[in-house]
Design a protein around this ligand. Structure first.
Ligand code: FNR
Length: 185
């Protein structure tokens, strides 16, 4: 049976390039991996609500989606050399209540994109830093930083550049192996 991959979209805006890559990469996953795009528009984490057992509905929906996933693919933009508030909030929401983290032991990989030349390097590594603490085995290599990101998306939403397609192809092939080796049985 195919393994479920939660594909997290680290930007909230309608025309997000991150979402466009999430959609394009989801289509490129092998049949053994079934993608579900997960949007991160939810209230900021506030422990008071968990302590009172009244979590925001959007937190519960997010946590349930992540619990049902076998693996996670983080797609992140870069905000001021780090990750967006939306993505950090999602990592925090999923990590609580204490002892009920949705992340624990779930294999993952990170893709960063930016119109700039560095491809969101800072955001990519800050995502890794946060989730390693949560016991997420993050695929170390190949890495995927997509610089000049608007240039490689065609009108149809697919990748329009052979070199980029090849890079993503290698990345998803390695991710398939990473999930197979690390997913909970
Ligand atoms: C940015 N952007 C940006 N780009 C970058 O390469 N490094 C950075 O540090 C930042 N910082 C930054 C901060 C904030 C608050 C915004 C809104 C934007 C530009 C960013 O990469 C660009 O807007 C992307 O298109 C954002 O991704 P989405 O929303 O298109 O998915």
């Amino acid at each position: 049976m195919a393994k479920k991959v939660a594909v997290l979209v680290g930007s909230l805006r309608k025309e997000s390039i991150t979402r466009k890559y999430a959609q394009a990469i989801a289509k490129m996953l092998p049949p053994s991996l079934e993608a579900e795009l997960v949007e991160l528009d939810m209230p900021l984490y506030n422990q008071d609500l968990d302590d009172a057992n009244t979590p925001a509905e959007a937190w519960t929906a997010f946590r349930n989606k992540l619990k049902a996933a076998d693996a996670v693919l983080f797609l992140t933009p870069e905000y001021n050399r780090t990750i967006s508030g939306a993505l950090k909030n999602a990592i925090d929401v999923g990590s609580r209540p204490w002892g009920q983290s949705v992340w624990d032991g779930k294999p993952a990989a990170v893709v960063s994109q930016s119109p700039g030349a560095q491809g969101g390097f800072g955001a990519n590594h800050n995502t890794r830093q946060a989730v390693v603490f949560l016991n997420v085995p993050v695929m170390p290599a190949p890495e995927l930083y997509i610089g000049g990101s608007p240039n490689y998306l065609g009108e149809d939403g697919d990748i329009n550049n052979e070199q980029t397609k090849e890079l993503i192809g290698k990345f998803v092939a390695a991710f398939e192996k990473w999930v197979e080796a690390n997913a909970k049985k």
